[in-house]
Design a protein around this ligand. Structure first.
Ligand code: FCB
Length: 409
């Protein structure tokens, strides 16, 4: 058996907008209704009401940690007006974890912002940090007993989206246009969409994160960090220079920004090559995932190693790792291999505190319902939850604190 250190956190992750339903005050809600090609989140998984059932299923399977997010647009639906009832709601979610012996990992901002915040310029508005800090300060009133707090989820992905939207709006004279794949329109061609993130945005996010971190450190006893989308990028021959350029704006500025944090959340799914022209598209393969990425469980170890190097040794919490697949056997195979790779880099001395699988539930994947990442299936009409074999499998790994030698799936 491949064992992990005592106290290693085993769990699963979700995010408010992807599971709660009816986040009508969020910028994503507005976006879903206007952007071509997007499906709406609607009722999502109705976890706003069914969180207790979700946490119970996780705990009964043997997992002992649950990552979820607070929805800023519910807590502060209009600027400066904080809802005591919504704060109390999220306190109940925290308590539902604690009473079951489940360690909550609380994300304060997972991609969504209030629509009013987006309308006045979002993260690039001059007072964005002040506004986020004011919200963060309010959230500290419900964080008693919470050990792990994530200020923001994947600011680097948020920056890549902001950079892409800016470019597309400039190209279309201010109009929103759906992203198009460049070249001959085939999956084979290079696409610029979400390839780049302006490093200046990264510096802005770092300052906002650090202001929030200071507030959390002053007012709570939680460990504080943020989570970063790790591309596990490698250079194809001749692509070394381009790799450095892409990875700096899209990742390294954020890994560097987490120096001084209590932990860094690593989120890895696949790996991709960079050549002189940019990101090399994933070649078609029967094992490719439902989001078109290559089956690369080794991406997790690669990402954790890169995080450890660039943060100069900030402890790692794997806050997301998983696969969009309709085949649960493939999910188990992926996770088994990812965990073996993780264990190998930990044996070399990298300090990893836990592993949170993405995702607990099949949920709203930012405009799409088809990519299923969940350990639990959700009926979107009845909201009935059906655990998949992978939930019991991961729960068993958690109970044994290790991956078993023979995978029987
Ligand atoms: C990450 C997001 C998460 C989910 C997974 C698949 O980038 O943080 O919300 O969408 O990807």
């Amino acid at each position: 058996m491949t064992t992990f250190p005592d106290g290693f956190l085993w769990g699963a992750a979700t995010a408010g907008h992807q599971i709660e339903g009816n986040n009508v005050n969020s910028d994503w809600w507005a976006r879903e209704l206007t952007m071509p090609g997007m499906e709406p989140s609607g009722d999502a998984c109705d976890s706003y009401h069914r969180y207790d059932e979700d946490i119970a299923l996780l705990a009964e399977a043997g997992l002992a940690s649950y990552r979820f997010s607070l929805e800023w647009s519910r807590i502060e639906p209009v600027p400066g007006r904080f809802s005591r009832a919504e704060l109390a709601h999220y306190r109940r979610v925290i308590d539902a974890c604690l009473t079951r012996g489940v360690t909550p990992v609380v994300t304060l901002q997972h991609f969504t912002t209030p629509q009013w915040f987006a309308e006045r310029g979002g993260w690039l508005a001059p007072d964005a940090s002040e506004l986020f800090s004011r919200y963060v300060t309010e959230t500290t009133t419900i964080l008693d007993g919470v050990e792990w707090v994530v200020t923001m989820n994947e600011p680097n992905m948020q920056a890549a989206i902001m950079t892409a939207m800016r470019r597309m709006q400039q190209a279309a004279g201010g109009q929103w246009q759906s992203p198009t794949v460049e070249g001959d329109g085939e999956q084979q061609s290079h696409s610029e969409f979400l390839t780049y993130a302006d490093p200046e945005i990264g510096r802005t996010f770092t300052a906002i994160h650090r202001a929030a971190r200071d507030i959390l450190r002053a007012r709570t006893s939680a460990k504080v960090g943020w989570t970063i989308a790790a591309g596990a990028l490698t250079a194809a021959p001749g692509g070394e220079e381009k790799l450095r350029e892409i990875r700096y704006g899209k990742e390294d500025v954020y890994w560097e920004g987490s120096r001084g944090d209590d932990f860094v959340g690593v989120q890895a799914y696949s790996s991709q090559e960079v050549d002189a022209k940019g990101l090399v598209p994933h070649a078609p393969h029967p094992d490719n995932t439902l989001v078109g990425t290559a089956f690369r469980p080794d991406a997790l170890a690669m990402a954790v190693s890169h995080a450890w190097e660039t943060t100069l040794g900030v402890p790692v919490l794997v806050t997301e790792n998983g696969i969009a697949t309709a085949d649960d056997t493939q999910r188990i195979r992926y996770t088994d291999e990812a965990l073996r790779g993780l264990q190998a880099v930990m044996a070399e001395g990298i300090d990893v505190r836990g592993y949170l699988h993405w995702s607990l539930l099949d949920n709203f994947e930012w405009g799409h319902w088809e990519p299923t990442f969940g350990l639990i299936a959700v009926d979107r009409e009845t909201f009935a939850r059906t655990p998949k074999p992978s939930l019991a499998w991961l729960g068993e790994v958690a109970r044994r604190n290790g991956v078993v030698e023979e995978v029987d799936a």
